[in-house]
Design a protein around this ligand. Structure first.
Ligand code: MOS
Length: 729
């Protein structure tokens, strides 16, 4: 086959769904409306641990419009079948109204269903609950540690005791909430034993399986629909309890039910990035070559599930350290189960390790970039596998050049403009390249337009757009003649839209399906005596703007429309699929973030002045969307570094800043000039598209780059996120 000309891929295309989004026409979960819909409002627990001893729902039940108040006392027992396909953390799922136990502050204790939202809200306020309350355990340092995950190579203790330089630090990160604009919402509709759910979901097939398991029905009886997701960053990878509550309520009242969490409830009702304590000891020689690292981590999880994230890999593979020992204790607390949030595990590890390496560089008076270059491994030290591609050196050198690193004064507090202390810092980031089996369906209509479907999601990276670009080039169509659809569990299966794997996985299946369809059309033409392409070698034919022609002879050809109409074919169809091969390589996307900050020496206020990210993420399919990922990742990183902090009242487990006023997030005024550079090239091992994933690596090195810049500016080493003004006073 002749390779198709590349026209849409690589072009800075705007989002195909942009118009729908800015005009409000895109339907998010709660925007759907169906006949006879009623409204549900959750009553959540006002204590952080204990038992429900009394429930009085009479007043609520008596209000006009109220259909039912459901609590653990009158809720049916649900199947909660063990779902082998679930990717939920180990432990027992939080079940909807199945017992009287309170496991965290804000846990649902009742749901009110009424004919209007207002009636449901008012009635919910009238439900009286008595508790036998106990002191919840919410502090990482108070809780007894369980059994750790661990890793060891070499003899770290011996290497540390003989190291020329030995440093020991403890870093702490705050709990962060995703705070997506779209609240979590579910509309559930039963038709007999069949359940249809409009949901906020990054993974409609995973959600389908979870609903089926909860209600003990076949997966074929559940359909999950989620065409638009208004931001997620990981918190819509699984079904949270409120969604099962919605489906339960719909079954109980025999009507479709809509349930949306309030902004306050979003801090209790869904997962979050867990808090960490990260203790590091590192040893090196005088030239800054790392000889040993010991990492001891503690992070929070719930009392009933163990949330795990890949926090250890970063410390194992980033530097060529012969001796490494790691332990990670997941500490059960009286909180809702945490979940993945952008760059899960890696962003947290990067803050600790990339700060520690900066501390080492300062201690030895070695430039931090030079120190990193001295510790670059030739192969993955954790498994001795070759890297598919690892261009971190290039990221460091290109970044240094573009950022103007050579002009930096490494002495802390050396640059001052009036009251502002100016400093620069940098940090590396990595994120694993994951792929998963995916299928896609492609149909080409006789009018020359194409439809492509895969049960993926688009929480913001632009799946709709990038898949349209890929399909357009592979089919030889203009992008305006291609429609990509996603977000329905009846579509060909796609993996969870997370882990930066959508482009490599879904993209490869789309490419495969479109290639197959194009070949079908070419075959039809060269075998058709009435076609101007009759008898031409199929390998000589390309398709452009819906017209098949001989590669070197534009005049000889015909359009899809002519071909299909003449052959009386209403449509051509093809199924695309992608199955990742066995991993023989160590595959990661790499990045380096550079930051310049100004710190007010009297107020402790930190302003980021500029930021640059340089990424080795393989081939870039859609450069404008890539920028939206990279700049967005930097914004998120500025949030984690300087502002974001979910604050828990240890007395009762209440989150005290459960709103967008008190939970600080970066706004436009906090965001400086941001720039992203992508190293050109592709990763052949990462799949047919050569992409390594971009959505998470762009977040990973941001917070430590800022912390390192703050040290350079002020001489103060802040080992706790977020970096607050009071820490710098
Ligand atoms: Mo991502 S944290 O896997 O949505």
């Amino acid at each position: 086959m002749s390779p198709q000309p590349q026209a849409a891929v690589g072009a800075p295309m705007s989002r195909v769904d942009g118009h729908l989004k800015v005009t409000g026409a895109a339907k998010y979960a709660a925007d759907h409306d169906i006949d006879g819909i009623v409204h549900a409002v959750i009553v959540d627990s006002g204590v952080g641990r204990g038992r429900i001893t009394g429930l009085d729902t009479r007043e609520a039940q008596g209000r006009p419009g109220v259909l039912k108040v459901i609590t653990h006392r009158n809720a049916p027992r649900l199947a909660y079948r063990n779902d082998p396909d679930s990717s939920n953390p180990p432990g027992a799922l939080l079940k909807a109204f199945q017992d009287d136990r309170i496991r965290f502050y804000g846990q649902p204790v009742a749901v009110v269903v009424a004919t209007s939202l207002e009636a449901a809200e008012h009635a919910a306020s009238l439900v009286k609950v008595d508790y036998d309350a106990q002191q919840p355990s919410t502090e990482l340092s108070d809780a007894p540690p369980g059994v750790p995950r661990s890793y060891e190579r070499g003899d770290a203790d011996a290497a540390l005791s003989s190291a020329a330089v030995c440093l020991q630090m403890t870093y702490r990160t705050a709990r962060n909430h995703h705070n997506a604009m779209e609240p979590h919402a579910t509309i559930a509709h039963w038709d007999g034993d069949r359940l249809t759910v409009w949901d906020k979901s990054q993974w409609v097939l995973g959600a389908r399986n979870e609903y089926a398991a909860a209600f003990g029905i076949p997966v074929e009886s559940v359909r999950v629909i989620s065409p638009f997701v208004g931001g997620a960053f990981g918190n819509s990878m699984r079904v949270w309890v409120h969604s099962v509550v919605a489906a339960l309520a719909a079954r109980e009242v025999g009507r479709p039910v809509k349930l949306a969490l309030s902004r306050r409830q979003l801090y209790f009702g869904v997962g979050f990035r867990p808090r960490y304590e990260y203790r590091i000891r590192l040893g090196s020689d005088r030239r800054g070559r790392l000889t040993a690292m010991v990492h001891d981590l503690r992070s929070e999880t719930s009392s009933y599930e163990t949330h795990g994230e890949a926090t250890l890999a970063f410390g194992q593979m980033l530097y060529n350290t012969p001796h490494v020992r790691q332990t990670h204790h997941s500490v059960p607390l009286d909180v809702n189960t945490p979940t993945w949030m952008r760059g899960p595990g890696f962003s947290t590890a990067a803050f600790a390790i990339e700060s520690a390496v900066d501390e080492l560089a300062y201690e030895l008076r070695v430039d931090p970039i030079e120190l990193r270059l001295r510790n670059e491994p030739q192969e993955d030290p954790s498994n001795r596998r070759p890297f598919s591609t690892r261009r971190l050196r290039e990221c460091l050198t290109v970044g240094a050049r573009e950022f103007g690193w050579a002009r930096r004064d490494a002495r802390p507090r050396s640059t001052r403009h009036g009251d502002w202390l100016i400093g620069t810092g940098m940090a590396s980031g990595v994120y694993p390249t994951a792929r998963a089996a995916t299928q896609a369906w492609v149909g080409l209509e006789a009018d020359g337009t194409a439809l492509v479907r895969s049960a993926s999601s688009d929480m913001g990276p632009g799946t709709y757009t990038s898949m349209t670009q890929l399909a357009a080039d592979a089919l030889g169509l203009r992008v305006c003649d291609v429609t990509f659809r996603l977000g329905d569990s009846t579509m060909p299966p796609a993996p969870a839209h997370g882990g930066s794997m959508t482009m490599a996985s879904v993209g490869s299946a789309v490419q495969d399906g479109c290639d197959k369809l194009r070949r079908q059309a070419v075959r039809l033409a060269v075998d058709d005596e009435d076609s101007p392409l009759f008898g031409v070698d199929a390998g000589e034919i390309v398709v452009r703007s819906g017209r098949l022609h001989v590669k070197d002879d534009l005049t000889r050809g015909e359009t899809y429309r002519q071909l299909l109409t003449r052959n009386k074919r209403a449509r051509l169809e093809a199924n695309g699929s992608y199955t990742p091969g066995k991993a023989r390589f160590s595959m990661y996307a790499y990045g380096v973030t550079f930051a310049e900050v100004a710190v007010d020496r009297r107020l402790g206020l930190v302003r980021v002045r500029r930021m640059l990210g340089v990424y080795d993420a393989g081939r870039i399919i859609s450069p404008k969307l890539a920028d939206s990922q990279a700049l967005g990742g930097m914004v998120g990183g500025i949030g984690s570094a300087l502002l974001e902090h979910t604050v828990t009242d240890f007395r009762d487990g209440r989150i005290v800043n459960a709103n967008l006023t008190d939970y600080l997030l970066p706004v436009n005024a906090d965001i400086p000039d941001l720039r992203a550079i992508y190293l050109e090239g592709q990763d052949q091992e990462a799949g047919p598209l050569g992409v390594k994933g971009l959505g998470e690596v762009v977040h990973v090195g941001v917070a430590p780059a800022i912390a390192n810049a703050v040290f350079n500016a002020t001489g103060r080493r802040i080992r706790e996120l977020p970096i607050r003004a009071q820490a710098l006073l």
